[in-house]
Design a protein around this ligand. Structure first.
Ligand SMILES: Nc1ncnc2c1ncn2[C@@H]1O[C@H](COP(=O)(O)OP(=O)(O)OP(=O)(O)O)[C@@H](O)[C@H]1O
Ligand SMILES: [Mg+2]
Length: 252
């Protein structure tokens, strides 16, 4: 599904990502962990085209996507959520999801605004699908509530619905459990698992909450100072001496 090949990104003197290589199989739930500043978000920014790599290549479904613009990459089926929630706070939950879906409809925003009949039918379909996504993430009871009025954990769920509205095949989640209490984290774990099985997605998950990552992921990559220091099944990563030293020390 995704192949990361000697990917490198430096900001001035800082090697945010340094010669990182791994590949993600279709249908896999792949975890990405590491200390603060390890380069995890930068890696997501590279995959989604928000940052350009200094060196290395990215292949998605066999196609070279290195350096493509973000909207092209989204159009190819890669969607993400952000570490710092990015929603339209003044718009309703439903509107936030519907706007994202316009990328996938033919008449787009303009057709909708000028009220073409085809656009109206499409709008109804967009609305129906957006409601289904709110249902999937557990927010169907408040479609008309402004995004900014939702609790933090619910805003994160809303962001997931918005990313899913792009109908991705590859979904990148940047710390979706941040700011959630332990009950919310457990239920988020169930949601992520459900998305993978029900929608058949491939998922890359950045998450600091180690028990959640260990429980959910098929394989885990560990970054430290921009470098890949371990990659494998959760049980093996958890036992890796370099990982324990760099990251898991307190957790073991
Ligand atoms: N746009 C930028 N300009 C300059 N330096 C940057 C930029 N983005 C990231 N960095 C630096 O790159 C390094 C990796 O940052 P990144 O945000 O990818 O880490 P992270 O693993 O996501 O950390 P966290 O767990 O805190 O979210 C850090 O040293 C950071 O300061
Ligand atoms: Mg980050």
């Amino acid at each position: 599904m995704l192949s990361v090949e000697a990917l490198t990104c430096s900001f001035g003197g800082v090697m945010a990502v340094s010669r990182v290589s791994f590949s993600v199989q279709r249908g896999e739930l792949f975890g990405l962990i590491g200390p603060n500043g390890a380069g995890k978000t930068t890696l997501f920014n590279l995959i989604t085209g928000l940052s350009a790599p200094t060196a290395g290549r990215l292949r998605y479904q066999g196609r070279d996507i290195t350096g493509l613009r973000p909207h092209r990459i989204a159009g190819l089926g890669i969607a993400r959520t952000f570490q710092n929630v990015r929603l339209f706070g003044e718009l309703s939950a439903l509107q936030n999801v519907m706007i994202a879906r316009h990328v996938r409809t033919t008449s787009g925003l303009v057709g909708g605004v000028i009220g073409l009949p085809s656009a109206r039918a499409e709008e109804r379909e967009t609305r129906r699908r957006a409601l289904a996504l709110l249902e999937l993430v557990g927010l169907a009871d408040r479609p008309d509530e402004r995004a900014r009025n939702f609790a933090y954990g619910d805003q994160r769920r809303l962001e997931i619905a918005r990313a899913l509205a792009l109908e991705p095949e590859l979904l990148l989640l940047d710390e979706p459990a941040a700011g959630m209490n332990s009950g919310e984290k457990r239920s988020l774990g169930g949601l992520i698992r459900g998305i993978r099985t029900r929608l058949g997605l491939t998922i890359l998950l950045i998450e600091h909450h180690v028990p959640l990552v260990m429980d959910l992921c098929d394989r885990i990559a560990v970054l430290n100072f921009g470098e890949l220091i371990a990659l494998g099944a959760p049980a093996n990563v958890q036992r890796d001496a370099a990982v324990i030293e760099a990251y898991l020390g307190d957790e073991v």
